[in-house]
Design a protein around this ligand. Structure first.
Ligand code: ADE
Ligand code: ZN
Ligand code: ZN
Length: 316
Protein backbone atom coordinates (compact mmCIF):
# COMPACT_ATOMS: atom_id res chain seq x y z
CA UNK A 1 0.00 0.00 0.00
CA UNK A 2 2.72 2.41 0.98
CA UNK A 3 4.57 1.90 -2.29
CA UNK A 4 1.27 2.23 -4.27
CA UNK A 5 0.57 5.55 -2.56
CA UNK A 6 3.99 6.99 -3.27
CA UNK A 7 3.80 5.71 -6.88
CA UNK A 8 0.49 7.50 -7.39
CA UNK A 9 1.94 10.64 -5.79
CA UNK A 10 4.87 10.47 -8.17
CA UNK A 11 2.57 10.11 -11.21
CA UNK A 12 0.41 13.02 -10.02
CA UNK A 13 3.51 15.13 -9.45
CA UNK A 14 4.75 14.32 -12.94
CA UNK A 15 1.36 15.15 -14.52
CA UNK A 16 1.29 18.43 -12.57
CA UNK A 17 4.85 19.26 -13.64
CA UNK A 18 4.09 18.60 -17.31
CA UNK A 19 0.90 20.69 -17.12
CA UNK A 20 2.65 23.50 -15.26
CA UNK A 21 5.51 23.67 -17.77
CA UNK A 22 3.10 23.43 -20.73
CA UNK A 23 0.96 26.30 -19.47
CA UNK A 24 3.87 28.50 -18.38
CA UNK A 25 3.89 31.72 -20.43
CA UNK A 26 6.92 32.03 -22.66
CA UNK A 27 9.48 34.51 -21.32
CA UNK A 28 8.69 38.16 -22.09
CA UNK A 29 11.20 40.81 -23.01
CA UNK A 30 12.37 40.38 -26.60
CA UNK A 31 11.30 39.15 -30.03
CA UNK A 32 10.96 35.51 -28.97
CA UNK A 33 13.59 33.02 -30.07
CA UNK A 34 11.79 32.46 -33.39
CA UNK A 35 11.79 36.16 -34.25
CA UNK A 36 15.52 36.46 -33.62
CA UNK A 37 16.30 33.25 -35.47
CA UNK A 38 14.21 34.45 -38.41
CA UNK A 39 15.98 37.84 -38.63
CA UNK A 40 19.43 36.23 -38.48
CA UNK A 41 18.49 33.44 -40.91
CA UNK A 42 17.27 36.09 -43.38
CA UNK A 43 20.56 38.01 -42.96
CA UNK A 44 22.93 35.03 -43.39
CA UNK A 45 22.52 34.40 -47.15
CA UNK A 46 22.90 38.16 -47.79
CA UNK A 47 26.41 38.30 -46.30
CA UNK A 48 29.28 38.49 -48.80
CA UNK A 49 32.01 35.80 -48.57
CA UNK A 50 34.41 38.37 -47.08
CA UNK A 51 31.88 39.35 -44.43
CA UNK A 52 31.21 35.70 -43.65
CA UNK A 53 34.92 35.13 -43.07
CA UNK A 54 35.03 37.96 -40.52
CA UNK A 55 31.78 36.92 -38.82
CA UNK A 56 33.00 33.34 -38.62
CA UNK A 57 36.29 34.38 -37.09
CA UNK A 58 34.38 36.17 -34.31
CA UNK A 59 31.82 33.43 -33.66
CA UNK A 60 32.65 31.05 -30.83
CA UNK A 61 33.23 27.43 -31.79
CA UNK A 62 29.91 26.33 -30.29
CA UNK A 63 28.09 28.38 -32.95
CA UNK A 64 29.26 25.89 -35.58
CA UNK A 65 29.47 28.64 -38.17
CA UNK A 66 25.87 29.74 -37.58
CA UNK A 67 25.20 33.35 -36.53
CA UNK A 68 21.51 32.49 -36.10
CA UNK A 69 22.33 29.91 -33.43
CA UNK A 70 23.59 32.71 -31.14
CA UNK A 71 21.09 35.43 -32.06
CA UNK A 72 19.28 34.96 -28.73
CA UNK A 73 22.48 35.00 -26.65
CA UNK A 74 21.86 38.60 -25.52
CA UNK A 75 18.52 37.52 -24.00
CA UNK A 76 19.99 34.43 -22.37
CA UNK A 77 22.63 36.41 -20.46
CA UNK A 78 20.75 39.55 -19.46
CA UNK A 79 19.55 37.87 -16.24
CA UNK A 80 23.15 37.34 -15.12
CA UNK A 81 24.62 39.79 -12.59
CA UNK A 82 27.55 40.57 -14.89
CA UNK A 83 25.22 41.56 -17.72
CA UNK A 84 22.41 43.26 -15.75
CA UNK A 85 23.44 46.62 -17.20
CA UNK A 86 22.55 45.34 -20.70
CA UNK A 87 18.80 44.92 -19.96
CA UNK A 88 17.81 48.44 -21.18
CA UNK A 89 19.72 47.90 -24.43
CA UNK A 90 16.86 45.76 -25.80
CA UNK A 91 14.25 48.49 -26.13
CA UNK A 92 13.39 52.22 -26.14
CA UNK A 93 10.62 53.79 -24.09
CA UNK A 94 8.97 56.84 -25.67
CA UNK A 95 6.41 59.29 -24.21
CA UNK A 96 2.90 57.81 -24.02
CA UNK A 97 0.70 58.41 -27.09
CA UNK A 98 3.21 60.74 -28.77
CA UNK A 99 4.04 58.13 -31.44
CA UNK A 100 7.41 59.74 -32.09
CA UNK A 101 10.97 58.86 -31.18
CA UNK A 102 13.78 61.28 -30.39
CA UNK A 103 17.27 59.98 -29.55
CA UNK A 104 18.22 62.80 -27.18
CA UNK A 105 14.96 62.58 -25.27
CA UNK A 106 14.31 58.82 -25.32
CA UNK A 107 17.63 56.96 -25.42
CA UNK A 108 18.46 56.43 -21.75
CA UNK A 109 17.98 53.81 -19.07
CA UNK A 110 15.60 54.13 -16.09
CA UNK A 111 18.25 56.12 -14.21
CA UNK A 112 18.60 58.62 -17.06
CA UNK A 113 21.96 57.26 -18.25
CA UNK A 114 22.25 58.55 -21.84
CA UNK A 115 22.82 56.09 -24.68
CA UNK A 116 21.57 53.07 -22.71
CA UNK A 117 18.81 52.00 -25.10
CA UNK A 118 18.52 49.89 -28.26
CA UNK A 119 19.62 52.61 -30.70
CA UNK A 120 22.52 53.73 -28.50
CA UNK A 121 23.60 50.09 -28.24
CA UNK A 122 23.51 49.55 -32.02
CA UNK A 123 25.67 52.66 -32.53
CA UNK A 124 28.07 51.59 -29.80
CA UNK A 125 28.53 47.96 -30.87
CA UNK A 126 28.80 49.00 -34.54
CA UNK A 127 31.50 51.48 -33.61
CA UNK A 128 33.38 48.82 -31.59
CA UNK A 129 33.26 46.46 -34.57
CA UNK A 130 34.93 49.04 -36.85
CA UNK A 131 38.11 48.10 -34.93
CA UNK A 132 37.97 44.56 -36.26
CA UNK A 133 41.01 43.27 -38.10
CA UNK A 134 41.03 39.82 -39.70
CA UNK A 135 43.47 37.62 -37.76
CA UNK A 136 46.65 37.35 -39.82
CA UNK A 137 48.86 34.32 -39.43
CA UNK A 138 51.83 36.56 -40.15
CA UNK A 139 51.12 39.13 -37.42
CA UNK A 140 53.66 38.98 -34.55
CA UNK A 141 52.03 37.25 -31.60
CA UNK A 142 52.30 40.15 -29.17
CA UNK A 143 51.05 42.92 -31.46
CA UNK A 144 48.26 44.55 -29.49
CA UNK A 145 45.62 45.72 -31.91
CA UNK A 146 43.05 48.36 -31.04
CA UNK A 147 40.45 45.62 -31.45
CA UNK A 148 41.67 43.89 -28.34
CA UNK A 149 40.29 46.69 -26.14
CA UNK A 150 36.82 45.27 -26.81
CA UNK A 151 35.22 41.86 -26.82
CA UNK A 152 34.23 41.90 -30.47
CA UNK A 153 32.53 38.51 -30.26
CA UNK A 154 30.09 39.94 -27.73
CA UNK A 155 29.74 43.13 -29.79
CA UNK A 156 28.71 41.03 -32.82
CA UNK A 157 26.22 38.96 -30.82
CA UNK A 158 24.67 42.06 -29.20
CA UNK A 159 24.47 43.82 -32.57
CA UNK A 160 22.79 40.86 -34.32
CA UNK A 161 20.27 40.59 -31.49
CA UNK A 162 19.43 44.26 -30.95
CA UNK A 163 18.96 44.99 -34.68
CA UNK A 164 16.23 42.35 -34.38
CA UNK A 165 14.69 43.83 -31.23
CA UNK A 166 14.53 47.41 -32.50
CA UNK A 167 12.37 46.19 -35.43
CA UNK A 168 9.73 44.75 -33.09
CA UNK A 169 7.34 47.73 -33.03
CA UNK A 170 6.63 47.44 -29.29
CA UNK A 171 10.33 47.48 -28.46
CA UNK A 172 9.95 51.18 -29.22
CA UNK A 173 6.74 51.56 -27.25
CA UNK A 174 5.12 53.72 -24.59
CA UNK A 175 6.83 54.24 -21.24
CA UNK A 176 3.91 53.67 -18.86
CA UNK A 177 2.98 50.23 -20.27
CA UNK A 178 6.60 49.10 -20.88
CA UNK A 179 5.99 48.54 -24.59
CA UNK A 180 2.73 46.66 -24.00
CA UNK A 181 4.16 44.37 -21.29
CA UNK A 182 1.60 45.60 -18.75
CA UNK A 183 -1.38 45.48 -21.15
CA UNK A 184 -3.17 42.24 -20.30
CA UNK A 185 -5.28 40.86 -23.16
CA UNK A 186 -6.65 37.57 -24.42
CA UNK A 187 -4.92 35.98 -27.40
CA UNK A 188 -7.74 33.81 -28.70
CA UNK A 189 -8.68 31.97 -25.46
CA UNK A 190 -5.47 32.47 -23.52
CA UNK A 191 -4.55 35.33 -21.21
CA UNK A 192 -1.27 37.02 -22.07
CA UNK A 193 0.08 40.52 -22.67
CA UNK A 194 0.24 42.64 -25.80
CA UNK A 195 4.03 42.70 -25.90
CA UNK A 196 4.21 38.90 -25.87
CA UNK A 197 1.74 38.68 -28.75
CA UNK A 198 4.19 40.70 -30.88
CA UNK A 199 7.35 39.00 -29.61
CA UNK A 200 6.10 35.46 -30.03
CA UNK A 201 2.42 34.62 -30.46
CA UNK A 202 1.88 36.01 -33.96
CA UNK A 203 5.00 34.30 -35.30
CA UNK A 204 4.06 30.96 -33.72
CA UNK A 205 0.46 31.28 -35.00
CA UNK A 206 1.75 32.07 -38.53
CA UNK A 207 4.03 29.02 -38.42
CA UNK A 208 1.08 26.85 -37.31
CA UNK A 209 -1.43 28.17 -39.81
CA UNK A 210 0.63 28.87 -42.93
CA UNK A 211 4.02 27.21 -42.65
CA UNK A 212 3.38 23.63 -41.50
CA UNK A 213 4.62 24.54 -38.00
CA UNK A 214 8.08 25.25 -39.38
CA UNK A 215 10.10 28.43 -38.79
CA UNK A 216 12.38 27.42 -41.63
CA UNK A 217 9.41 27.38 -44.05
CA UNK A 218 8.35 30.81 -42.81
CA UNK A 219 11.88 32.20 -43.29
CA UNK A 220 12.04 30.72 -46.82
CA UNK A 221 8.74 32.40 -47.68
CA UNK A 222 9.97 35.76 -46.36
CA UNK A 223 13.23 35.42 -48.34
CA UNK A 224 11.21 34.63 -51.49
CA UNK A 225 9.11 37.72 -50.83
CA UNK A 226 12.24 39.86 -50.47
CA UNK A 227 13.73 38.66 -53.75
CA UNK A 228 10.50 38.48 -55.79
CA UNK A 229 8.07 41.07 -54.44
CA UNK A 230 9.97 43.58 -52.33
CA UNK A 231 13.27 43.80 -54.21
CA UNK A 232 13.10 47.54 -54.98
CA UNK A 233 12.21 48.51 -51.41
CA UNK A 234 14.51 45.89 -49.92
CA UNK A 235 17.53 47.50 -51.55
CA UNK A 236 16.55 50.80 -49.94
CA UNK A 237 15.99 49.19 -46.50
CA UNK A 238 19.71 48.49 -46.27
CA UNK A 239 20.74 52.10 -46.96
CA UNK A 240 21.28 54.78 -44.31
CA UNK A 241 20.24 58.41 -44.92
CA UNK A 242 23.65 59.96 -44.21
CA UNK A 243 25.78 57.06 -45.38
CA UNK A 244 26.23 55.72 -41.84
CA UNK A 245 27.14 52.08 -41.23
CA UNK A 246 23.97 51.63 -39.17
CA UNK A 247 21.05 54.02 -38.69
CA UNK A 248 19.07 52.79 -35.67
CA UNK A 249 17.20 56.10 -35.31
CA UNK A 250 15.49 55.33 -38.64
CA UNK A 251 14.51 51.82 -37.47
CA UNK A 252 13.25 53.13 -34.10
CA UNK A 253 11.17 55.92 -35.66
CA UNK A 254 9.48 53.35 -37.93
CA UNK A 255 8.82 51.02 -34.99
CA UNK A 256 6.98 53.52 -32.79
CA UNK A 257 4.86 54.60 -35.81
CA UNK A 258 3.91 50.95 -36.43
CA UNK A 259 3.31 50.39 -32.72
CA UNK A 260 0.75 53.22 -32.75
CA UNK A 261 -0.83 52.33 -36.12
CA UNK A 262 -1.05 48.57 -35.59
CA UNK A 263 0.10 47.15 -32.25
CA UNK A 264 -1.70 49.44 -29.78
CA UNK A 265 -4.74 50.03 -32.03
CA UNK A 266 -7.81 48.11 -30.76
CA UNK A 267 -5.68 46.40 -28.13
CA UNK A 268 -7.01 47.95 -24.96
CA UNK A 269 -6.55 46.16 -21.62
CA UNK A 270 -8.94 43.22 -21.30
CA UNK A 271 -9.71 42.99 -25.02
CA UNK A 272 -9.66 39.73 -26.94
CA UNK A 273 -7.35 39.67 -29.94
CA UNK A 274 -7.98 36.92 -32.47
CA UNK A 275 -8.28 36.38 -36.24
CA UNK A 276 -9.05 39.97 -37.21
CA UNK A 277 -6.06 41.33 -35.30
CA UNK A 278 -3.80 38.46 -36.40
CA UNK A 279 -4.63 38.67 -40.11
CA UNK A 280 -4.33 42.45 -40.31
CA UNK A 281 -1.04 42.61 -38.34
CA UNK A 282 0.83 39.58 -39.70
CA UNK A 283 2.07 41.46 -42.81
CA UNK A 284 3.67 44.00 -40.46
CA UNK A 285 5.41 41.24 -38.48
CA UNK A 286 6.73 39.60 -41.66
CA UNK A 287 7.93 42.90 -43.12
CA UNK A 288 9.72 43.86 -39.88
CA UNK A 289 11.48 40.47 -39.77
CA UNK A 290 12.52 40.98 -43.40
CA UNK A 291 13.78 44.52 -42.72
CA UNK A 292 15.70 43.38 -39.63
CA UNK A 293 17.43 40.64 -41.65
CA UNK A 294 18.23 42.84 -44.66
CA UNK A 295 19.55 45.64 -42.44
CA UNK A 296 21.64 43.35 -40.25
CA UNK A 297 23.28 41.96 -43.40
CA UNK A 298 23.84 45.47 -44.82
CA UNK A 299 25.45 46.64 -41.56
CA UNK A 300 27.74 43.60 -41.36
CA UNK A 301 28.73 43.94 -45.03
CA UNK A 302 29.59 47.62 -44.52
CA UNK A 303 31.60 46.75 -41.41
CA UNK A 304 33.53 43.79 -42.74
CA UNK A 305 33.56 44.06 -46.53
CA UNK A 306 34.55 47.61 -47.38
CA UNK A 307 34.97 46.64 -51.04
CA UNK A 308 31.35 45.55 -51.34
CA UNK A 309 30.30 48.73 -49.51
CA UNK A 310 32.25 51.06 -51.80
CA UNK A 311 31.06 49.20 -54.91
CA UNK A 312 27.53 49.55 -53.64
CA UNK A 313 27.95 53.30 -53.18
CA UNK A 314 29.69 53.68 -56.56
CA UNK A 315 26.74 52.04 -58.30
CA UNK A 316 24.45 54.82 -57.07
N1 ADE B 1 10.64 47.13 -20.75
C1 ADE B 1 10.26 48.42 -20.69
N2 ADE B 1 9.90 48.87 -21.90
C2 ADE B 1 10.05 47.84 -22.74
C3 ADE B 1 9.87 47.67 -24.12
N3 ADE B 1 9.44 48.67 -24.90
N4 ADE B 1 10.16 46.49 -24.66
C4 ADE B 1 10.61 45.49 -23.89
N5 ADE B 1 10.79 45.57 -22.59
C5 ADE B 1 10.51 46.74 -22.01
ZN1 ZN C 1 16.20 41.24 -26.66
ZN1 ZN D 1 10.14 41.81 -26.41
Amino acid sequence: MASDGSGLRRVLLLVCLVLCVATLPRRAGAWGADGHHAACLIAEPLLTPTTWKAVNSLLPERANGSLASLCTWADDIKWMWKYHWTAPLHYIDTPDFLCRYDYDRDCHDQHGQKGFCASGAINNFTSQLTNYELPKASRPLLTKTRASEYNLTEALLFLAHIVGDIHQPLHVGFTSDAGGNTITVHWYRRKTNLHHIWDTEMIVKAEDVYYNKSLSNMVDAIILNITNNWIGEAQLWGECPKGEIACPDTYAAESIKLACQYAYRNATPGSTLADEYFLSRLPIVETRLAQAGVRLAAILNRLFDTKSASQRLASH
